[in-house]
Write a protein that binds this ligand. Sequence first.
Ligand SMILES: Cc1cc2nc3c(=O)[nH]c(=O)nc-3n(C[C@H](O)[C@H](O)[C@H](O)COP(=O)(O)O)c2cc1C
Length: 349
Amino acid sequence: MQAKVSELSTMYWRKGELIWDDYMRHSEYLLTPESEYVLYWFRAWRELDSIAVHGNKYLGITAQLLKNGLLIVKQSSEEAHEEKVKSAWEIWGNAASSFHFASRVNSNNVFLSLDENVIKKKEKILGSPQPPPFKEYLDCDLIPILECDEPLLQSCTLLQALENRKSVRQFSDESLSLSKLGKILTLSGGIKKIENDLAGGVAIFKNSPSAGACSPFEIYVYANRVDTLSPGLYHYAPHRNGLEFLDSSFSFNLHNLGGQPWLVECAALILFTAIIERSQWHYETCRAYRDLLIGLGHLSQTLQLVVSAIGCASVFATAVCDEEIEQLIGLNGGEILLGTTAIGNPLKQ
Ligand SMILES: Cc1cc2nc3c(=O)[nH]c(=O)nc-3n(C[C@H](O)[C@H](O)[C@H](O)COP(=O)(O)O)c2cc1C
């Protein structure tokens, strides 16, 4: 019988220990130098008992690795499954498949009841305080968001907003009014209600759903042509109903924005980030990262619908240089850029 190391897995170092991560089964194994050697020995198909040349104790280790799926047998159902998965995911590489399967809920998962969830959350609240739901820059000037009496917004139906929404990559030179920008921000990122949930955690409700109502998102605005706003970088503070003016010397170059001129030339560029500890406090598995991406999809679609309803134009974009933008905004690893939306007035027909 021939065996080989399973390739649906990753290895990494944790506190001086080498860990084998079987992301398909959600199992981790601590590797000893001997088990590591056995895996190396079976890097290609080999007779199972060939390992005996290194001593009988290696036969026992091999059997253990086989039992736990670190080794697979040639022409077994495991091999067939592995080949299928590998060929489906090959193009995106190991990082995409390992994240997908590590964050996939498997059939042996035990779901907690509502009561059990409340108890767990209460214990959590006692053990570690919930991260603040809002970021604020109290040392910066706050520009209040003005009322917007745009008549179009009153008359536009949801169906019309949906029908009119499309990605626009050319904007007029006209400035965007601060009141329209403010309305776009409040209707997409503004707070509808703050509640304590059943366990006593703070839940933030907005016009878009967010997993656990933990509202992990922050919104920054690069104002290029916004009436009455000095050009520069702002942070939207929904709980203060204003824009915090962060940096007037700030500007993006084409590389920062993925070589996409419409992101540089728009009237205002919205930058969506997420503070991951807000989600991590609620959800301790990597599946929550999926929820961040899905949540941003909801938020950005809401924003685009408001833009459409208010008679402006926009395009959502992710093909930008995340690292450079994160550095420019001054984010640390705990707050990550997820996407951008360029907004402006449409070109006159
Ligand atoms: C996740 C995501 C990423 C996108 N990234 C970009 C981008 O980097 N640049 C761009 O110009 N458009 C981007 N778009 C916009 C799509 O190209 C656009 O939605 C698609 O062509 C369909 O056109 P429509 O929005 O007019 O219906 C993105 C859209 C989504 C949902």
